[in-house]
Write a protein that binds this ligand. Structure first.
Ligand SMILES: Cc1cc2nc3c(=O)[nH]c(=O)nc-3n(C[C@H](O)[C@H](O)[C@H](O)COP(=O)(O)OP(=O)(O)OC[C@H]3O[C@@H](n4cnc5c(N)ncnc54)[C@H](O)[C@@H]3O)c2cc1C
Length: 463
């Protein structure tokens, strides 16, 4: 099949495919290594049900010296392997990050990524069903991604908020609004209590488009690069290697592990490492993950280097102490809570519940969270760690972009699904603009990219 754009189908990738196929003259091929999302994933209480199954890549880190010690220095990194990627497995928390996260991205040499630049793209995606509560300053309606609070909440949720208030922490109506820090009942990517993955939000409504082809169980093994230009993708499907050609662009949206892996398999990465695993070097670029070998279906070698900075341990211990202190409030007294974790034998040299005990415990039983990012860092050309420029183009290779959490120059201080989808929105807008096609992403009556913040009026308007 000849396509104008080829890419992978995760949280960000689904957005890119949806937005690019808005252009009827463009043919878009979306390759997804896994199957369609399973119906069971729709049910929020079954959130962890598919972790560790065939639709999880089941990555493990290796060689951690300071973390995950109870599991031999190996931390678990679940990643979705299905249409919609990790947005089918995640906790659905809809948190965009702090304005400063994005202002820092811009200050690191990435024009177009400041808070005022990215906010319209968050709003472009959004259909907030609680607009009366959260207001229109930071939120919108009419987008493809439904955002709400779950229709039901247990009574303990309000008691936890009361406990936090008792301890002096601020309560926020909206952590994506003016008050980013504090306790809240979060909004989620769901609709009437049913999960909204990026596939169900962005692909299902456009699934009948004749110019959008979604190929499931198709694992990209290599980006074909000729004369420093991406011209297609080699992929593995139904037991054979196939090739799809792209006349315009190839977009890698495989997530923070698989996008750098695919670049490495295609010869883009640190030349010494590529030679060591017998991959022909196409472009010498940094990129933090290692291939185990040149088999495209083998898992890469991942090293998180968790908790090597003692400050991270101090912060985690402080978090544990705050969580424990909430149980010890009048708001929570009725639950008579006690810690039910058995004391860790590996930390028995420290008094139970002491700072030293917790510092030992977090190194033993580390929960590394799931916000992996930054492995194909966006940065200016003089940044020795940069893989893509501010329009997400891979340095030194034409017609090749990366669009997913891997491009974050610094991980956001929030969860990472909403920022990944925003990255997908921006990637599509850059691609359209670079090929001279007018924007098709709308906010109200105007294209997203044209919205600017009006400081005098404290709202967004077309300029
Ligand atoms: C358990 C868990 C809970 C989380 N909870 C939250 C939360 O509550 N809120 C939040 O905001 N974030 C949460 N996150 C994080 C968030 O979901 C991810 O950061 C985000 O979804 C990443 O998006 P992505 O587009 O970068 O990658 P992904 O969504 O992982 O997409 C990558 C896609 O590419 C496909 N792919 C990879 N390699 C290939 C290949 N070679 N060929 C073809 N296809 C390929 C994959 O199968 C996948 O579909 C959670 C993550 C996990 C694991």
């Amino acid at each position: 099949m000849t396509s104008v754009a080829l890419e992978l189908g995760g949280s960000a990738g689904a957005v890119v495919a949806s937005r690019l196929s808005d252009i009827p003259e463009w043919k878009v091929l979306l390759l997804e290594a896994g199957p369609d999302e399973p119906p069971g994933a729709d049910v929020p209480s079954m959130v962890a049900m598919f972790l560790g199954t065939d639709i999880d890549w089941q990555y493990q880190t290796t060689n951690e010296m300071n973390a995950c010690l109870s599991t031999g220095g190996s931390c678990s990194w679940p990643r979705g392997k299905n249409l919609g990627g990790t947005s089918v497995h995640n906790g659905m928390m809809y948190n965009r990050g702090h304005a400063k996260d994005f202002d820092n991205w811009a200050a690191m040499g990435n024009p177009g990524w400041s808070w005022r630049d990215v906010l319209p793209y968050f709003m472009c995606s959004e259909n907030n069903t609680e607009i009366h509560r959260v207001g229109r300053k930071y939120h919108s309606t009419g987008g493809l991604l439904t955002v709400e609070r779950f229709p039901w909440k247990p009574a303990i949720a309000d008691d936890i908020l009361a406990a936090a208030a008792e301890r002096g922490y601020p309560i926020s109506e909206d952590l994506n609004g003016d008050q980013f820090i504090g306790f809240t009942v979060a909004q989620t990517t769901s609709k009437s209590g049913v999960r909204v993955s990026s596939a169900s939000a962005f692909l299902r409504p456009v699934r009948h488009r004749r110019n959008l082809h979604i190929s499931l169980n198709a694992t990209a093994t290599k980006i074909i690069i000729e004369n420093n230009k991406a011209t297609g993708v080699q992929f593995y499907q139904d037991g054979e290697l196939r090739v799809a050609r792209a006349t315009k662009e190839v977009i890698a949206s495989g997530g923070a592990v698989n996008s750098p892996q695919l670049l490495l398999l295609s010869g883009i990465g640190p030349k010494e490492h590529l030679r060591a695993v017998n991959v022909t070097v196409v472009k010498d670029l940094p990129g933090r993950l290692l291939l185990a070998n040149n088999n495209p279906l083998a898992k890469p070698i991942i090293w998180g280097n968790y908790l090597s900075d003692p400050m991270d341990v101090t912060i985690l211990v402080e978090g544990i102490e705050i969580a424990l202190s909430l149980a010890n409030t009048s708001a929570m007294a009725k639950y008579n809570m006690t810690l039910n974790n058995a004391p860790l034998a590996a930390c028995s040299q420290y008094p139970l519940m002491s700072k030293n005990y917790w510092a030992c415990a977090v190194r033993q039983d580390t929960g590394p969270e799931n916000h992996q990012a930054g492995s194909c860092k966006m940065g200016p050309i003089n940044d020795p760690m940069a893989v893509v420029d501010n329009r997400l183009r891979v340095y030194g290779i034409r017609n090749l972009r990366v669009a997913d959490a891997s491009i974050m120059p610094q991980v956001t201080s929030s969860n990472t699904a909403a920022p990944s989808m925003m990255i997908g929105e921006k990637a599509a807008a850059y691609i359209k603009s670079d090929w001279g096609v007018a924007g098709t992403q709308w906010y109200g009556k105007e294209p997203c990219s044209m919205w600017k913040h009006n400081h005098n009026h404290h709202h967004w308007r077309y300029q």
